[in-house]
Design a binder for this molecule. Structure first.
Ligand code: HEM
Ligand code: NAG
Length: 520
């Protein structure tokens, strides 16, 4: 008797679930969803090409090339509805980032996950807390002093360390992992810029640096919190095991290092961001306490570290595979340097770019922007929905859900960038005469630096740094991929290369441009 009852209860529950599911499935526009597991099997099968998978779904959604929005059912993780809304529609993205900015904050999931590492810093806060820091920081980022400071740090790392390492590798004919070198270089630069201390992680022999290792491991452990349902990390945190234990230990090391840096700056202020924030007063007229200053600095380190090195890695890879672009870049730099330093080629590779020289490199800037269009350092981004809303393309997003926008997919939509969207073609960023950089008029077709009130503060600094490094490498060397090396994307919030970028360096023979080109 009891088994019969149990059987009927189960059958009723199953039918109710299947009915609910078929209603849900009708609303879904993305990949096929299965009962209980949703689209997880596809996600799993595509785990090594996740961004291309998302992009493929967005291209085929609803059968119409202009939809650019779809839903992906992931049970448990997408708590509110059981599925995620993913979009790369420029109008939707403008709506989220600018028009209805207040309705789309980072939100509680993101903030709690990052809280231990970033506190209430600019990168991890919303509302008033964010606005005060944004205003203060925005003032600093418009000054020329900060650009000068960045240029000094780049100049130093390139001359005394990057060139030394590359020269040795070229002489010995050994390959280098360019991504690793670049990660170290930008980490050193951002630490210098933020708190005036260069940890010299880029040095011959590539030493392990406890602060850098701890910072990496804290970021990695924090990201894990976002990948799994929230209760999992809370349990681990309570028990102090696994990633949570690593996080706690790494944070201790990071804290100590930052305390040291803060003390040093108190004794000898300089032109770094921390020294500037030390002079500021909060809303009540008090200086920021040490604990807050340390968090502020860490937020800038996180915001500005991997993004430019990852972009540079993809840039070098694209340049290696498109020799036409490489030649034009080298020609442009040569022409600019011939004018500022004279026709003697030796002078061009003696010193990194000054920033007036960097400012004149429009084709190089176009090639960097084109790289970020195809390989945005932040490939997917998420916002929390405060109140029920309808996106410009008609997609409904309920309060409490998450909306994902795919920056990566945006660059690969024929309907947004034209039929040749997959081609690496810097020319699309130039004015018709080819002599100035001209981003698309509809700014929300390119959001690698975000848009609206939360636009990346470091964009100009990043271009300056990337140009200087690109020129420093390309003027001296031709790069070739180490045979057999596979360039693949890593599944992470930042678009790293999973296996790095292993290249051989061959000294480049530069030629002075003919006189006519110099005076042109
Ligand atoms: C190629 C290099 C870079 C790229 C692609 C990039 C991209 C981005 C993106 C997508 C965001 C928005 C993140 C979000 O809120 O979801 C952002 C924010 C930010 N970036 Fe960058 N970034 C780069 C370099 C830098 C550098 C070098 C710095 C610092 C010197 C920096 C400082 C910041 C800050 C402070 C924010 C937070 C702005 C706010 O929330 O108000 N970035 N960046
Ligand atoms: C780089 O540093 C060297 C040595 O301090 C200096 O002579 C040179 O002018 C600097 N170059 C730039 C572009 O700042």
């Amino acid at each position: 008797m009891e088994t019969v009852l149990l059987f009927f209860t189960l059958a009723a529950a199953t039918s109710a679930y299947l009915l609910w599911f078929s209603l849900l499935a009708r609303k879904l526009t993305g990949p096929t969803a299965w009962p209980l597991v949703g689209s997880l099997p596809y996600l799993y099968l595509n785990r090594r090409r996740i961004h291309d998978w998302i992009s493929g779904n967005l291209q085929t959604t609803g059968g119409a090339a202009t939809y650019q929005t779809c839903t992906i059912a992931i049970p448990f993780l997408a708590k509110k509805q059981g599925f995620y809304t993913v979009t790369c529609h420029p109008k939707n993205i403008e709506h989220i980032l600018r028009t209805r900015f207040d309705n789309y904050p980072k939100g509680p999931t993101w903030q709690t996950a990052f809280h231990d590492l970033l506190g209430q810093g600019i990168f991890n806060s919303d509302g008033e807390t964010w606005l005060i820091q944004r205003k203060t920081a925005a003032l600093e980022f418009t000054t020329r002093t900060l650009r000068q400071a960045m240029n000094r740090w780049v100049n130093r790392t390139v001359r005394t360390r990057l060139w030394v390492i590359l020269e040795k590798a070229a002489l010995d004919r050994t390959p280098v992992d360019l991504q690793d070198l670049l990660l170290r270089l930008t980490f050193d630069n951002i630490c210098g810029l933020t708190f005036g201390k260069d940890p010299e992680t880029l040095s011959p022999g590539l030493p392990e640096n406890p602060f850098a290792v701890a910072f990496d491991s804290a970021t990695e452990a924090t990201l894990q919190r976002l990948l799994y349902p929230g209760f999992l990390w809370r349990v681990k945190n309570f028990l102090d095991v696994g990633a949570e234990k690593r996080l706690r230990k790494s944070l201790q090391i990071v804290e100590e290092y930052m305390s040291g840096a803060l003390e040093a700056r108190k004794e000898a202020p300089s032109d770094d961001l921390l020294s500037r924030f030390m002079k500021k007063r909060d809303a009540d007229g008090n200086p920021f306490p040490s604990s807050v200053l340390k968090r502020i600095a860490l937020n800038f380190v996180l915001a500005g570290r991997d993004t430019s090195s990852v972009a540079l890695s993809w840039f070098f890879w694209m340049v290696m595979s498109t020799r036409r672009v490489e030649e034009r870049i080298v020609e442009e730099i040569s022409a600019v340097l011939a004018e500022s330093r004279g026709a003697h080629v030796g002078k061009w590779v003696e010193e990194p770019l000054t920033f007036d020289e960097a400012d004149r490199l429009v084709y190089l800037k176009a090639a960097l922007a084109e790289t970020l269009r195809l390989y945005p350092s932040v490939p997917e981004d998420f916002k929390y929905v405060v109140a029920d809303d309808v996106l410009p393309d008609g997609s409904v997003v309920p309060a409490g859900s998450t909306v994902t926008y795919s920056i990566y997919s945006m660059g690969r939509m024929g309907s947004v960038w034209g039929e040749d969207c997959e081609d690496f073609r810097p020319e699309r960023w130039l004015s018709p005469a080819g002599d100035s950089f001209q981003p698309p008029k509809d700014g929300y077709r390119f959001v690698a630096f975000n848009g609206g009130p939360r636009t990346c503060l470091g964009k100009d600094l990043a271009y300056l740094q990337m140009k200087a490094v690109a020129a420093a490498v390309l003027l001296r060397y031709r790069l070739t991929l180490q045979p057999g090396h596979r360039v693949e994307q890593k599944m992470s919030l930042t678009l790293f290369m999973r296996n790095g970028l292993r290249v051989y360096l061959k000294p480049r023979d530069l030629v002075a441009p003919p006189k006519a080109a110099v005076s042109a």
